[in-house]
Design a binder for this molecule. Structure first.
Ligand code: NA7
Length: 535
């Protein structure tokens, strides 16, 4: 037992057993720390445990959306489709938990309520929902970026007498829709993935759309075994190419460095068509300035709108589904048969911009234009992203400072991993890190390895306290804001900016530059973890 554990219950408490918490546990256990994970769900998987709605699927290709830290692990696992379903990703998480014997150090069905820093003892006092408490030298929040559903902000929701189903908290037992009148509220990624499947089962489906999203065909298909075998033959090299790619994923598709208006109209259209054909998130890579130049973005928007017009038979309906916002500033969706679903006789689109919602009623939904009778209400209304999981807790740092107060105007971190005033508290893929703009599992591995390396360094130096220095943190947040300001990411409402929620601080939270981030993290470590105060 280390000297630290003689005084405290744990060297490290990790909160959350999704992909971040699982790997953090593995890494710290290997390094000889006394570590334990606390998870409110009944099993591993994090966001993939909860988001079980029909059609839930990752928008990063399966050969990439997986751990790379273990050669044998990535060789032995076979994905069955180009984009993995929630069920297959969860099966993979279970496989990892078993393979590395993780569950023996994970406590399930327990929820953290508060965390308080003890300045004299330099440890965290953690209190859980079952009344238990423990002391940990370090606490690592592996609580996820999309783990807290946002309040759906629907008047009189409690009056509804039918079933209410949240996509982000979907029941474990199969949900039967046949013979039922189903309403879906929300047309972001969760709505767009579930709508085509619910439409196949329901007697009637009514989609209540406030803002249309850009959705691109995913071109999902069964795994091409030749592609899979070629990747596996040199998996490390494949991973390395994604590691230096600005987006961290899809390095096998070219990144066009050319500008939209440097080429002829014919070539422009040809190139947009090529990138559209790659499927999903790759379209905005068609020209280097789509995410920087409003005029270039407008061309890409119109191209995408014309694709919607091709897919929807009724021209008036197609126009209702066409967004007029900047493409890519809100995460684009990747779909299978989304727009075609509106060609079905049993599907109706209700435009809440034209006939605003008045309230939910006992038997359905009332707009300014009509009342709609429903048996089921599916809420795909999104998340309190990136900060929600931390700010709903009572976290108090130095001098009793509340995290809610410190982050009132928006999150402040150094590298997205520590925040000043809260010593020995770490976040994995926190705000201020590339996180949701990257392949999440790749970012998770980078953060976990950096944190594990830092904790070992502190132990080697006989130090027990680390805290972000306020000046370094301010400079870092200025850098995060500046990189975003060079793009069009601030041009619309999105959970990246927190303005999908009324009253939430409006700050662009993820860092745009993944390769620059990795290089900077490595440099900070090489300089003895500069910017962090240690004692
Ligand atoms: P999103 O992308 O935040 O979408 C939420 C949707 O719900 C969006 O269309 C919202 O419309 C709509 N919404 C939310 N509240 C309401 C109310 N009160 N009335 C009507 N419509 C409402 O969340 P998702 O879960 O789909 O996707 C999140 C991420 O998960 C996604 O980016 C992928 O990375 C995976 P609004 O735009 O606010 O008008």
């Amino acid at each position: 037992m280390s000297e630290q554990t003689a005084q405290h219950d744990l060297d490290v408490a990790v909160i959350g057993a999704g992909f971040a918490g699982m790997y953090m546990l593995h890494r710290l256990r290997e390094a000889g720390f006394n570590v334990r994970v606390f998870e409110r769900a009944a099993d591993v998987g994090g966001t993939w445990y909860w988001n079980r709605y029909p059609g839930a699927r990752c928008d990063v290709e399966s050969m990439e959306y997986s751990y790379q830290f273990d050669h044998d692990l990535q060789q032995e696992w076979d994905w069955s489709e180009r984009y993995a379903t929630q069920g297959e990703i969860l099966a993979y998480a279970n496989h990892v938990a078993e393979r590395f014997d993780l569950r023996r150090d994970i406590q399930f069905g327990i929820e953290l309520r508060s965390a308080q820093y003890d300045e004299a003892g330099h440890y965290w006092r953690l209190a859980f929902d079952d009344g238990s408490e423990l002391l940990a030298r370090y606490v690592v929040f592996a609580t996820g970026c999309l783990s807290v559903p946002k309040d759906p902000e629907l008047p009189c929701l409690d009056d509804f007498q039918g079933r209410v189903l949240y996509t982000s908290r979907w029941p474990h037992a199969p949900v039967e829709f046949s013979g039922r009148r189903v309403g879906v509220i929300g047309t972001g990624s969760s709505g767009i993935q579930s709508i085509p499947i619910i439409a196949e089962q329901a007697e009637q489906l009514m989609v209540f759309q406030r803002t249309p999203s850009y959705s691109l065909p995913a071109y999902n298909e069964p795994m091409d075994t030749a592609t899979r075998d070629a990747i596996k033959a040199n998996y490390e090299d494949f991973r390395a190419r994604n590691q230096i790619h600005p987006n961290t994923f899809g390095a096998r598709f070219p990144l066009n460095m050319g500008m939209m208006f440097e080429v002829s109209e014919a070539e422009r259209q040809r190139n947009l068509e090529t990138y559209w054909g790659f499927g999903g998130l790759f379209f905005t890579r068609a020209f280097a300035d789509i995410m920087a130049n409003p005029a270039a973005n407008e061309v890409a928007q119109e191209f995408a709108r014309n694709k919607i017009r091709e897919r929807v038979n009724d021209p008036a309906l197609a126009e209702m589904l066409c967004p007029d916002s900047t493409i890519g500033c809100k995460r684009v969706c990747a779909d299978t048969n989304y727009y075609e679903t509106y060609n079905r006789d049993n599907v109706t689109l209700v435009n809440l911009k034209a006939e605003p919602l008045v309230s939910i009623t006992a038997s359905g939904l009332q707009t300014e234009g009509a009342s709609y009778e429903l048996d089921d209400l599916v809420l795909a209304t999104g998340f309190d992203a990136m900060t929600g999981a931390l700010l709903r807790l009572d976290i108090r740092g130095r001098g009793g400072l509340r995290l809610q107060d410190k982050w009132e105007q928006g999150p402040q971190t150094l590298l997205g991993m520590q925040t000043s005033g809260f010593p020995n508290l770490f976040m994995i893929t926190g705000p201020g890190s590339p996180s949701v703009l990257s392949n999440m599992i790749q970012s998770i591995e980078q953060n976990v390895e950096w944190i594990a390396g830092y904790l070992q360094w502190l132990r080697d130096q006989d130090k027990t306290v680390t805290e972000a220095e306020p000046e370094s943190e301010q400079a870092w947040m200025a850098h995060v804001a500046e990189t975003a300001s060079e793009t069009l990411f601030n041009a619309c409402t999105s959970w990246y900016r927190g303005n999908n929620i009324e009253g939430k601080a409006e700050v662009f939270m993820p860092l745009v530059d993944y390769p620059g981030y990795c290089a900077h993290c490595a440099e900070v470590a090489a300089q003895g973890y500069s910017g962090f105060a240690k004692a």
